[in-house]
Design a protein. Structure first.
Length: 95
């Protein structure tokens, strides 16, 4: 399982960190079938492609850190938030 954030659409690093830290990737993977649904990727290359890869997930699930990143995001880019005070973005999924 790999997801990426378009850095040209969401240019604020704190906003991207808030999204990454706010996703419980283990729960998502379990909903996709657990170990039979794949594995949590920390890079965009398949594991069988020989290339240097990070040792761990860069931004693991951490609700408290996500809230702090979200607050920093809102302070820098308040226009990214909708009238309900929620970070607003479009999620595109390819299956």
């Amino acid at each position: 399982m790999y997801a990426s954030i378009n850095t040209q659409v969401i240019t604020n690093l704190d906003c991207r960190k808030a999204i990454e830290q706010g996703i419980d990737k283990t729960t998502v993977l379990n909903e996709l079938g657990g170990q039979w649904g794949g594995s949590i990727a920390n890079h965009m290359l398949p594991d069988d492609v020989p290339a240097p890869k990070p040792a761990s997930v860069m931004y693991p699930y951490d609700a408290q850190s996500a809230r702090a990143s979200l607050a920093a995001c809102k302070a820098k880019d308040p226009e990214l938030f909708d009238s309900g005070n929620q970070l607003s973005f479009t999620l595109a999924v390819q299956t």
